[in-house]
Design a protein around this ligand. Structure first.
Ligand code: NAP
Length: 314
């Protein structure tokens, strides 16, 4: 008999179909189908679901739900929208996603390191002016958030000659780079880094973490790359810190509101590079295979993968 698994997601029909096709191709005797296509009986008995930015109302309609497999790495919205739920949330931890993110971190670190924003502006002014070229060894990079993404990014940066420091929540005994913790550690890493890369999850603890005061702790002329979630950096504070010339440049992939509203002053700021949330999109092929493996193991052996800690929010 074929087990039916609901797919709940507020994504485009094309994205949904691509994911469904890829997941179903890797499953045996299990079929993932859109939530809207479930029969009443299938709704009543579904034990798990595949989700991608799901409508929480759909999940409430699945009384036997034990866990959900997210196709996304960031699940803060799902955690927030299902506050008292016992349903376990398994997020996407795809090694390919970490590689893609590390490529973005390296690319934009090199963009800052080789003074590309300055030369772009000089070209606009037809100005021929050379600036002193620093070595990668002279540009310490601080990574806030040393999880799946931060660790791979750290390795890639070090392979390219950049000294890397990390900041995370719980002490990490096997660290092969200098690690810092807590508020004093955050202050220290901000003070020591030429480039700060944000790869933290959005939780009640990290929301608004980089405020006026903390951005002011960063080195004069330093750069900020936010590739995690917009609200971790206070957008108004960032603008003020750039306006007063304290920060050199910000590369932003994520924002409080996405798409970034056309009237937002960040668009026109000469020291800001805007990316449309593109640094590490879910790779349908590899993510679907991982999701299918987890689903198959659950129905074959009853195993649920490690879930998000709802108390911590990630
Ligand atoms: P992860 O494996 O859960 O790692 C999170 C890291 O942040 C861990 O090192 C954790 O510390 C640290 N952390 C969490 N709360 C903290 C706090 N209060 N203080 C200090 N450190 C804290 O997450 P991930 O897979 O690397 O992903 C990180 C985030 O990237 C996701 O949540 C998502 O929002 C974002 N993302 C963005 C894109 C994009 O395209 N822009 C793509 C994918 C993901 P511990 O190690 O001590 O637990």
């Amino acid at each position: 008999m074929t087990v039916v698994v609901p797919f709940c997601g507020r994504i485009t029909p094309r994205e949904r179909q691509e994911s469904l096709d890829a997941i179903n191709a890797a499953l045996n005797n299990i079929r993932v189908i859109p939530f809207a296509d479930l029969t009443d009986g299938e709704r009543r008995t579904a034990r798990m679901a595949v989700v991608a930015n799901p409508d929480p109302v759909d999940l409430l309609d699945l009384p036997m739900l034990e866990w959900v497999q997210s196709l996304w790495a960031g699940v803060e919205r799902l955690v927030e929208e299902t506050p008292n739920s016992a349903v376990r949330i398994v997020r996407m931890t795809d090694p390919q996603l970490a590689q893609t993110m590390s490529e973005a971190v390296l690319a934009w670190t090199l963009y800052i390191h080789r003074d590309m924003p300055t030369y772009r502006q000089q070209q606009g002014d037809r100005r021929w002016q050379q600036h002193k070229l620093a070595l990668p060894e002279e540009r310490p990079v601080g990574i806030l958030g040393m999880g799946n993404l931060g660790r791979v990014a750290s390795k890639r940066l070090r392979e390219n000659g950049f000294p890397v420091m990390g900041w995370s929540r719980a002490p990490w005994t096997k660290a092969d780079i200098p690690m810092m913790y807590g508020p004093s550690g955050l202050e220290a890493i901000l003070r020591k880094s030429s480039i700060v890369v944000v790869l933290l999850p959005l939780t009640p603890q990290t929301r608004g973490l980089l405020d006026d005061w903390r951005l002011g702790q960063m080195r004069e002329g330093a750069a900020l790359l936010n590739f995690a979630r917009g609200p971790i950096v206070d957008q108004g504070a960032l603008l003020r810190t750039l306006e007063r010339g304290h920060l050199g440049h910000a590369v932003l992939d994520v924002f409080d509101r996405e798409p970034l509203p056309k009237e937002d002053p960040l668009w026109a700021h000469p020291n800001v590079t805007i990316l449309p949330h593109i640094t590490a999109p879910t790779q349908t092929g590899t993510a679907s295979l991982l999701a299918a493996k987890n689903i198959q193991e659950f129905f074959d052996r009853g195993h649920i993968p490690e879930a998000v800690n709802r108390d911590l929010g990630y």
